[in-house]
Write a protein that binds this ligand. Structure first.
Ligand code: PRX
Length: 631
């Protein structure tokens, strides 16, 4: 399949077709895949329930599309380049043929351990090839993977393992992140003390830390795979069977296990990968995300491998051994397409330019950005210093829930504007809604972003809680999917995402619920109540500002701050650590007890000149106190 688009008029033509006749559009795209049995009907949907089914009764296995079907033509082509944390170590080039063997072997291992179609498997691994093998091994035998980012804490693991009912866990003794080694097995052991349903733990010997092995429960990956061979017949799956669960933060309550199903997700991630980046056969593509997030699922593993690309997996961090590491990886592997996050770009832009200049970046053709709005300064820096003014930047807007890119320029085709995700991809029907729940039509408008028609990769439900799925995404604007983001459409019809309109903050491109961080802080014994808001942070995009009430006025504020930070790290993970903690004696609350976050947001932003009407507050004097103590 070739999804090269010649010019913008052609994009418009394809787009118009995709919305005037979505079923035949997607049927045509889906024709290009290997189906054991073709679908009877392309789409059934009802957003009021909500229920969405794509490629009904189609039978397939996603790994046959990502692996088997490539063997004849590109068996000896590199599928994955694995670049280790330490630049002194050799990268691994894993061909499609080798990858096929490794995935089959891991699949046989899972089968031998009793994993069956429909079982959920928790994967808590660093960015090593076994992570890719493990995910696709699950898919091969019809098991459902639930990858937990290897930066999450034991408590986060407990929640996720329990919610998904995982009986098998795949992990490693540890993971490297720059100069640090993370004790993954130790964290897993701590979690498993409270997950008695877990029967087997398979451990990759990666950092050789010689961890404690619990007899009868823990097994070494290398021992287990040595018992099985490299051929495993793929399980025949229905297009709507589960492929994976991936947890994402909600504005209230516990993380939501977003459920993605096989057929539509495969078609959409492959199509959007090729279309957005205008991927050309033979190109080397690097997405710097961790596979623990949706970006890695869709655009390190499934999309690029289905498309037969060479995809890079990087174990390390941009800052170690120095700030030239990314550029070194690009030079080393002659990377053509780079896909990264604004937070990384901002951090890299702060380092002296000689780190960039030391490397040959002439292989680059296309640059991508994902995860949060990209500010103009970062956009220009990326364009000038990395793309050398020659590489189109695709600012891709999407979510864990959407499974794949929704709004984005088409590389080299769409005229870009810094900070704009530009236009919907074919098949995507965005609408801007006002607070009254009506669509605002035309250009030069602003409101909330919703999607009015299904697309193949959308999440089907929240695992075990369909009601929450409906309440969160389909009840704000009945009959439409609500993204939770604000958006503008400018005079030329270009979309710009203005940020979350709910209580989710995007910290370094990661989605965090303020309620989740608040309840973690509240677990500190001295803390009585907390309110958390986001504020602009020059590297992270948004930082976390916590207003904390203690039972007693803290004697040693610095010490307590450190303890609170440690508490949050332990409960959620280091990504959720507050950047600023202000101790206050009260919070601005309405008479009905609701915290007026609007006021706290303004104070956190340092804009206290106009806090709006505070007369409805229960105790307006707390506002002055908070203003004076602002950090
Ligand atoms: O607020 C939007 C922001 O990230 C949110 C989704 O986060 P998550 O589910 O973790 O997925 C991130 C990777 C796909 C969105 O609701 N976001 C994502 N991409 C962009 C963005 N905001 C502005 N511009 C983007 N390109």
């Amino acid at each position: 399949m070739n999804h090269a688009i010649k010019n913008f008029e052609e994009y418009e033509r394809i787009y118009n077709k995709s919305i005037s006749d979505p079923e035949s559009f997607w049927a045509e795209v889906a024709e290009g895949f290997h189906w054991r049995k073709k679908w009877d009907k392309v789409l059934e949907w009802d957003f009021t329930k909500p229920e969405v089914k794509w490629f009904i009764n189609g039978k397939l296995n996603i790994t046959e599309n990502c692996l088997d079907r490539h063997l004849e033509k590109r068996g000896n082509q590199t599928a994955i380049i694995w670049e280790p944390n330490d630049p002194k170590e050799q990268a691994k080039h894993i061909t499609y043929k080798e990858l096929y063997g490794k995935v089959c072997q891991a699949a046989n291992m899972l089968k031998r351990l009793g994993v069956k179609k429909g079982d959920r498997v928790c994967i808590y691994l660093p960015m090593i090839p076994e992570l890719a093998y493990a995910m696709m091994a699950c898919a091969r035998i019809g098991a459902v993977h639930s990858v937990v980012f290897a930066g999450f804490s034991a408590r986060s693991l407990i929640d996720r393992i329990t919610d998904a009912g995982c009986k098998i866990v795949l992990t490693a003794d540890g993971g490297y992140r720059g100069a640090k080694t993370i004790d993954l097995k130790g964290i897993m052991d701590e979690a498993l003390q409270q997950c008695s349903e877990v029967e087997k733990v398979v451990v990759v010997d990666h950092v050789h830390s010689n961890p404690e092995i619990k007899q009868g429960r823990d097994l070494w990956w290398h021992d287990e795979i040595s018992k099985v061979n490299e051929e495993c017949e793929a399980e025949e799956m229905d297009a709507e069977d589960l492929l994976y669960i991936l947890y994402t933060s909600g504005s209230t309550g516990r993380p939501k296990g977003m459920v993605h199903t096989i057929g539509g997700y495969m078609v959409y991630t492959d199509y959007t990968f090729r279309t957005t980046f205008q991927y050309q056969e033979g190109q080397v593509y690097w997405c710097t995300a961790d596979i623990g997030w949706v970006t890695g699922h869709s655009y390190i593993i499934y999309g690029p491998l289905s498309a037969g690309a060479t995809t890079v997996m990087f174990e390390g961090v941009p800052s170690w051994p120095d700030w030239g590491r990314f550029w070194q990886v690009i030079e080393r592997h002659r990377i053509n397409i780079l896909y990264t996050a604004p937070t990384a770009i901002r951090a890299l832009a702060k380092a002296p330019l000689h780190f960039v200049e030391a490397y040959d970046l002439s292989s680059l053709k296309v640059l991508g950005s994902v995860g949060e709005p990209i500010n103009e300064e970062a956009w220009h820096w990326y364009n000038k210093n990395i793309g050398k003014g020659n590489c189109p930047i695709v600012d891709t807007y999407w979510q864990t829930e959407t499974g794949g890119v929704m709004l984005s320029p088409i590389a080299g085709i769409t005229k870009t504007k810094p900070g704009f995700a530009t236009f919907p991809l074919p098949g995507v029907q965005p609408v801007i809604m006002n607070d009254g729940g009506l669509e605002v039509k035309g250009n030069k408008v602003e409101g909330r972003l919703a999607i009015q028609f299904p697309w193949p990769a959308m999440a089907r439900t929240i695992y075990g809680d369909h009601k929450r799925f409906k309440d969160t995404y389909f009840s704000t604007f009945p009959g439409k999917y609500f993204t939770g983001d604000g958006s503008k459409r400018d005079e030329e019809g270009y979309y710009r995402i203005t940020g979350r309109v709910d209580d989710i903050i995007i910290v370094s491109g990661h989605n965090l619920g303020t309620a989740e961080v608040e309840s973690a802080i509240d677990e500190h014994v001295e803390v009585c109540e907390t309110a958390v808001v986001g504020y602009p942070h020059d590297v992270k995009g948004q930082g976390i500002y916590a207003f904390v009430i203690c039972y007693e006025k803290p004697k040693e504020e610095e010490k307590l701050r450190k303890e609170i930070i440690d508490t949050v790290s332990k409960i959620i993970g280091p990504i959720a650590k507050p950047d600023k903690i202000q101790f206050v004696s009260g919070l601005p609350k309405t008479r009905s007890g609701k915290i007026m976050r609007r006021i706290l947001r303004k104070i956190a932003e340092g804009d206290t000149s106009n806090l709006g009407d505070v007369t409805t507050l229960l105790d307006p004097t707390v506002v002055d106190e908070i203003k004076e103590g602002a950090l």
